[in-house]
Write a protein that binds this ligand. Structure first.
Ligand code: HEM
Ligand code: HEM
Length: 220
C-alpha cells in the first residue's frame, strides 16, 4: 500500500526555487550589462547566501536534506548504476552527484564574482583588496565556470524531464515536500525515514537563511 511521506522540508524547497529564480535572473541581468550589473551582483549575493545556507542545512537539516543521507559511497553508486538498488527516498546516488556539482559550481561562481571586474564600470566589492593579476585570474574563472553551470543546469532539467517521462514524478515532491511510496514495489526492504518539517525546524531554517542574506548584503 502506498504511503505519503515528507521528504523535502519547507526551508529546502524555498531554497531550491529561490536559487533557480536567482540564477536565471542573474544570467538575464548580466546579458544586459550597464546598470543591470548591480542587479547581477545582488543576485550573486543572494545565490551565495542560499548555497551557504544549503551547506549548513546539509549538516543540521532534516533527514533527507543531510549530506550523510544522500552522498553515495562508490559501492552504492555502482549498485544504482547497475540497476541493483532503487536509489533511496531522497536524491538517488547519481542525482546526489549532480546536486554536489551544482552547489560547488554556484559557490565558486559567486565567490569569484566578488573579485571580478568587467573593465567597463563594474567591479566586484572585494576586487580592490587584491592584485590586478588575481582580479584577472578570478574574472577568467568567473567567465569560464559559467559553461559548467549552464551544462549542469541543462543536465539537471533534462534528468528531471527523463524521470517525468518514465512516470517518476520528482517535481511535485519539490513543490509539496511529499512522495507517495509503496515499500512493496521497490523490490527490497526500505526504511521509511521521514524528514522533520515542523514549526521549530522551519523557524530554525528560515532564521539561518535570513541571517545569511542580511549578513552578506550588509557586508558588501
Ligand atoms: C537555475 C536552475 C536550477 C538550479 C540551480 C537548481 C538546483 C538544484 C539543486 C541544488 C537541487 C538539490 C536540492 C537540495 O537537496 O538542496 C535541485 C533539486 C531538484 N530540482 Fe532543481 N534547480 C534548477 C532548476 C530546476 C527546474 C526548472 C526544475 C523543474 C523542472 C527543478 C527540479 C528539481 C527537482 C525535482 C529536484 C529534486 C531532485 C531529486 O528528487 O533528487 N530544478 N535543484
Ligand atoms: C552564482 C552567482 C553568479 C552567476 C551565476 C554569475 C554569472 C555570470 C555570467 C554568466 C557572466 C557573464 C560573463 C560574460 O558574458 O562574459 C558574469 C559576469 C560578471 N559577473 Fe557574475 N555571476 C554570479 C555572481 C557574481 C557576483 C556575486 C558578482 C560581484 C558582485 C559578479 C560580478 C560579475 C562581473 C563583474 C562580471 C563581468 C566579467 C567580465 O566582464 O568578464 N558575479 N557573471
Amino acid at each position: 500500500m502506498k504511503k505519503v511521506i515528507r521528504i523535502w522540508d519547507l526551508p529546502l524547497r524555498v531554497f531550491h526555487w529561490l536559487l533557480a529564480i536567482t540564477i536565471i535572473s542573474g544570467i538575464i541581468f548580466v546579458k544586459q550589462s550597464g546598470s543591470a550589473m548591480v542587479w547581477h551582483a545582488y543576485c550573486g549575493y543572494l545565490a551565495l547566501a542560499l548555497v551557504l545556507f544549503r551547506i549548513i542545512w546539509g549538516f543540521i537539516g532534516s533527514e533527507h536534506a543531510r549530506f550523510s543521507s544522500f552522498v553515495p559511497s562508490p559501492s552504492a553508486l555502482f549498485a544504482y548504476v547497475r540497476g541493483n538498488s532503487f536509489g533511496g527516498l531522497g536524491h538517488n546516488p547519481l542525482g546526489a552527484l549532480s546536486v554536489l556539482a551544482l552547489l560547488f559550481s554556484i559557490l565558486l561562481q559567486a565567490f569569484t564574482g566578488l573579485f571580478a571586474d568587467d573593465e567597463i564600470a563594474f567591479q566586484g566589492p572585494l576586487s580592490k583588496y587584491v592584485s590586478n593579476d588575481l582580479v584577472a585570474l578570478l574574472t577568467s574563472v568567473h567567465r569560464f565556470n559559467r559553461y559548467f553551470i549552464y551544462g549542469l543546469i541543462g543536465l539537471h532539467v533534462l534528468a528531471i524531464i527523463y524521470y517525468q517521462i518514465k512516470k517518476k514524478d520528482l517535481i511535485t515532491p519539490m513543490l509539496t515536500g511529499d512522495k507517495k511510496i509503496d515499500p512493496a514495489e521497490q523490490g527490497q526492504e526500505i526504511q521509511m525515514f521521514e524528514s522533520k518539517d515542523g514549526l521549530l525546524q522551519r523557524v530554525l531554517g528560515f532564521t539561518i537563511l535570513f541571517s545569511l542574506i542580511v549578513l552578506i548584503f550588509i557586508s558588501f
